[in-house]
Each structure stands twice: as structure tokens, then as C-alpha cells.
Design a protein around this ligand. Sequence first.
Ligand code: SF4
Length: 297
Amino acid sequence: MKTSECMLCPRQCGVDRSVKFGFCGESEEIRIARAAPHMWEEPPISGTKGSGTVFFSGCNLRCIYCQNHEIAVSHLGYAVTADKLLRIFFDLQAQGVHNINLVTAGHFAHQLIPILRQAKADGLRIPILWNSSGYESADTIRMLEGLIDIYLPDFKYINPKTAKEYSNAPDYPETAKASLAEMVRQVGAPQFDSQTGLMTRGVQVRHLVLPGHAQESRQILWYLFQTYGNGIGYSIMNQYTPMPQMKDHPLLSRKVTAQEYENVIRYAKQIGIENAYTQEGEAACESFIPKFSGQPQ
Ligand code: SF4
């Protein structure tokens, strides 16, 4: 599928990706940085055998504190054809992973739609997960209806000022609200296999607490709970890791303190959030960020 005048995401670059890169840093050629079982998602997603993650190259958000800098902005990755990507999905399934986890794939949505249809037609039976920054157009999410079983979006900011300062995307809050609403419309509340406890369908929203931003985290949780109650899953994460480029930043040069994190978790309980995954302090460690070789595996 061609991506001339690309308007796939809220950046709305309008570029012809057959001849030019968009803000996401990618042309129309699908590129991935890593495809492997991954054990560090939420327990009902990683299970005992891992989540079959496929990390796509490029990113349309490019946060200044990016935790996956190598693939988001350093152009790391390798091109894959539709056939190769199908083989990767089926190889992962054969390794016993519990799902196919498409990480930051939004800027390849056009190309992925026919591939996902083919995968399902060819017998891919494990759930397909859409793991994203939340900065996506609701129209693009609408095109994925029937192909994605589990949505795993971030909800990063609710204050346009923070979104502008950290991701140059002041429209992030409104955009993330609209795309989340579409995800919930499609797949609804989390559902789990009664025997294995693995997630089979639904929306699980992730929020990464940022140092110095506990108040914004509380505002986000309040918005989500007022809108969806316990009809979505929540993951409240403390794994923010200051990368070298943040060493002089007044707030983002440190990890989240235990007090900040506890404060957010306590608030979540107070307002009535029941089904939230939280992280132990040790999760805030660089070793939880996967290494990317940029080579076919
Ligand atoms: S997907 Fe990439 S090229 Fe297309 S609008 Fe978004 S940032 Fe621009």
C-alpha cells in the first residue's frame, strides 16, 4: 500500500513516503529493530513464555527523554518485506509466545493492515497487540478494527504544556483521548483466559510517572477513571530511566522517587482504581530496556 501524502498520524506531514522520510523518520519501507520473546510486559501479557515483540523503527513522538532512543531516532533497524514479517510472526508463534506485540507500529499502519489480515487468514491464532505511545489518529486506529485484539497505549500527558515541552506535541492530550476512546469502542474491557490468566482482549493503558510530575500523573488517572472507571486496565509505571541526553535537565535527570511513586499509587487506590499493575523500585533500571542489534535475527 502506498503512503503518498502521508497523514497517518497527528503530525500530518503530508509527505510522499516513497521518496521522502516523514517526521517519524521512516519511508514506506517497513523496518524493524528487534523481534523476540520479551518477558517484561505485564504478567498477563508476558506470561511464562514471553510476549512476541516486534519493535518497529522510527517514532512519530520523539520525546526528549526517549527510553528507546536507538530505534526511535537513530535510524536503527532493517527492512522487512511483507513475507518476511509474516514469517517472523509465525516463528514467534512457533516459539510459544502468548501474543504478537507490535511496538510503535503506527507509522506503518497502512502497510501492516493487509499483512495482519493475511496472518489471521493463514492461521495466526495468538492475540495481536498494538503497543503505542498513544499519539495516534483515531482514524488510523479505526482502520485496525477487527485486526487488533489488545491495545496497550501509553497515556503520557494531560497538560498540553508538558506535551509541548517534552514531545513537541501540544495536541497529545486531546489526540490520546480520542484514540483511546476508539480503542475502547473496539475491544472494551480487559478479558483473560480463565485457565491461564493471559490477556486475550481489551485495553490496558500505561502511564509512566515522570520525575517531578506526580500531580500530572494524578490528573491523568482522574481523567481515565472518570471516563472509563474500571472498564480498562491500568499500568502505573516507575521505570523512567534518565538517559545520557537528560543529564542536565532540571527534572528529568533523575529517577522517580519512592515517595513520588507511592503518592500516585495511593491516589489511584483512593479514587477507586482496582485493576492496576504497579512496579517494584528495581524496575527503574536500564537493563529493562531491551538491547537492539539493528540486524536481522
Ligand atoms: S506517519 Fe510519519 S510521515 Fe506519516 S504523518 Fe505521521 S510522522 Fe508524518
